[in-house]
Design a protein around this ligand. Sequence first.
Ligand SMILES: NC(=O)C1=CN([C@@H]2O[C@H](COP(=O)(O)OP(=O)(O)OC[C@H]3O[C@@H](n4cnc5c(N)ncnc54)[C@H](OP(=O)(O)O)[C@@H]3O)[C@@H](O)[C@H]2O)C=CC1
Ligand SMILES: O=C(O)C1=N[C@H](C(=O)O)C[C@H](O)C1
Length: 273
Amino acid sequence: MQDEEQAARLVVMGGSGRMGRMLCSVIEASDAMRLVAVTEAPGHDWAGQDFGSATGGAPSGVPVTDDAATALRGADAVIDFTTPSATVAMAKLCAEAGCAHVIGTTGLTSEDIAQIDACAAKTAIVRAGNMSLGVNLLTQLVQQVAASLDADYDIEIVESHHRHKVDAPSGTALMLGQAAAAGRGVALDAVADRGRDGITGARARGAIGFSAIRGGDVIGDHDVMFMADGERLTLRHQASDRSVFARGALKAAIWAKGRAPGAYDMLDVLGLR
Ligand SMILES: NC(=O)C1=CN([C@@H]2O[C@H](COP(=O)(O)OP(=O)(O)OC[C@H]3O[C@@H](n4cnc5c(N)ncnc54)[C@H](OP(=O)(O)O)[C@@H]3O)[C@@H](O)[C@H]2O)C=CC1
Ligand SMILES: O=C(O)C1=N[C@H](C(=O)O)C[C@H](O)C1
């Protein structure tokens, strides 16, 4: 059993969300971590309640607040699977407080990322579009295959998610696209083909295409296809439980606790770089 003093003191943002609930339940089952506060957006029904009671269970002693700055006091790390605007605002608060920030939020613009990276000069930030071990290993396989095959192999990335997902392509698809582009020694922005509709013309040689499927309760499936005349190679990851993302994020929080300021990703956390 871990000494209570040594347990990482964690704040979860958006505790009523799909990932927020999963994160809180994984933290509460571990003695290496302690949930010290849950935040919600300003004016949320849960603000001011006890987290356990808000979820319909027994009181947990963990406050839910919409005052993010207060929630950070004494915390080692914030785990953030919310929205781009909430994430950028939290990065600034974490930088001021010197609190580590683990970011799973996707749909960030390049301007959002620039603001987050600026905050990483003051605190440790771990950001990844997918926190699972499997996807992070897959990025390395994709880079290796893309480096081995020339542009006769058309690269297409197909992702499927539940009907509630608001951004496309998924953060994972973009990570996989970055890995494929790195393998080919090109910039993803120069070759990405993100929206085909109507008379698109023939496929450009060297393009990396993205397709997004939305429906039902799919947690997250990703295929990276390398398609040439006469053969196709597909690398696939399928998530069947959100706990894979939560476990990765919480590993990142423990890793980031007390670490030097910087912009990190899951390859750093997993020692895969
Ligand atoms: N990197 C990874 O491994 C993964 C990333 N994700 C990403 O995480 C994000 C969230 O996904 P998911 O959990 O499915 O989405 P949900 O919509 O279920 O959860 C998001 C939560 O954030 C809350 N929220 C919004 N603004 C704030 C704020 N200012 N402070 C605190 N909480 C806030 C929302 O509250 P309200 O509903 O009241 O607005 C909601 O409860 C998405 O970007 C998704 O793509 C998801 C899974 C894995
Ligand atoms: O919104 C989700 O659910 C997920 N989002 C992440 C993404 O955009 O890739 C990770 C995972 O696929 C689930």
